[in-house]
Design a protein around this ligand. Structure first.
Ligand code: EPU
Length: 302
């Protein structure tokens, strides 16, 4: 969808919003799949309510893109524009045991920044790609750690009120790869409270997690991490592996030979290739094990 040269583009420019025309989402997502659209870079979080009000008044559909590491985007000319908060570095400020982090900050960078200030707890999240905002929305977790455990406050754009608001951590539900945020809420900033620990000890924990991840996951291939959630009491990866489906492919969409719940883009995979592979595997798992696998990756189909 294109909004350059329209009155709304001029109004957004006056608000300090940068319009990038014709951005390929294949270049902005870890799967390397996705069509083209205009992108708005929102540098000042406080302008978001006004930007979104304007888009709604003009009937311009939009989606919000965070780090792009957990999303599968449809191909071709996309029927919505994309909003994005440009990444901030480091985007973290530490005060005592608290870390105040911008949603656009890199998750791994935040873990390291806090570690250097003797604040730990998030070692397990070190290799999880993506932004702090995406990690919050999905309650990112690995190796027994989930980010939700450390959240004390979240500043966000709330779709329901159309305003930026601050929520207390206790008022947010963080479940397995699921949170009580509305789908169109947009994370802006978070206050984390982290357990103090000497840097050297945190680094030792980080090394262990990095090694486990390197040994079991295809880190050098284009993927969105695990494609399915684990059903209660079962492992999606193990079931797919037991069915002998590693390396199964549709076009260039392929099941990793290292971890069967990672579906990789082995070349020029299209969204359709990936969806066909996902549907095929879901059916096979249902037939063999009786589980209805739920997507962990978010699909932007229309
Ligand atoms: N397994 C196999 N074959 C495979 C993959 C796994 O037999 O191809 C077995 C493993 O040997 C292990 C069990 O399945 O006994 C579980 O595997 P693993 O420890 O790799 O964990 P997982 O449940 O597959 C989850 C998260 C990962 C996270 C790891 C480490 C989900 C869907 N996945 O994977 O998160 O990194 O634990 O904590 O919850 C993600 O969210 O995108 C993600 C990759």
């Amino acid at each position: 969808m294109r909004i350059s040269n329209t009155p709304i583009a001029a109004r957004l420019a006056a608000l300090g919003v940068e319009l990038r025309p014709g951005v390929s989402l294949a270049e902005h997502t870890s799967l390397g799949i996705g069509g083209t659209t205009d992108e708005l870079l929102i540098r000042r979080y406080e302008t978001l309510p006004e930007v979104i009000r304007d888009l709604k008044n003009e009937g311009v559909p939009y989606k919000f893109l965070g780090g792009g590491t957990n999303v599968l985007v449809t191909d071709g000319e996309l029927p919505w524009i994309v909003l994005h908060l440009p990444s901030t570095h480091p985007g973290v400020r530490v005060e005592g045991n608290a870390a105040f982090v911008d949603a656009a900050a890199d998750l791994g960078g935040t873990v390291t920044y806090c570690a250097k200030r003797d604040l730990g707890g998030m070692e397990g999240l070190i290799g999880v790609p993506g932004s702090i905002g995406g990690a919050l929305r999905m309650n990112a977790g690995a190796y027994g750690t989930q980010i939700g455990s450390y959240v004390r406050e979240v500043e966000l754009y709330r779709a329901a009120s159309g305003e930026n608001e601050t929520l207390r951590g206790d008022d947010i539900r963080f479940d397995y790869r699921h949170t009580s945020f509305a789908p169109d809420d947009i994370m802006l900033r978070v206050k984390l409270e982290l357990p103090p620990n000497p840097y050297q000890e945190i680094v030792a924990g980080i090394r262990v997690c990095n090694e486990k991840r390197r040994a079991s996951q295809p880190l050098n291939q284009k993927s969105a991490g695990c494609i399915f959630k684990n059903p209660q009491g079962a492992s999606a990866g193990r079931m797919i592996d037991e069915l002998g489906l590693k390396k199964l492919r549709v076009g260039d969409a392929m099941i990793s030979d290292r971890h069967a719940n990672f579906f990789v883009n082995a070349g020029n995979a299209t969204c359709d290739d990936m969806l066909r592979l996902v549907d095929d595997v879901r059916e096979r798992v249902k037939k063999a094990f009786g589980f209805d696998l739920e997507n962990e990756v978010i699909f932007w189909k229309n």
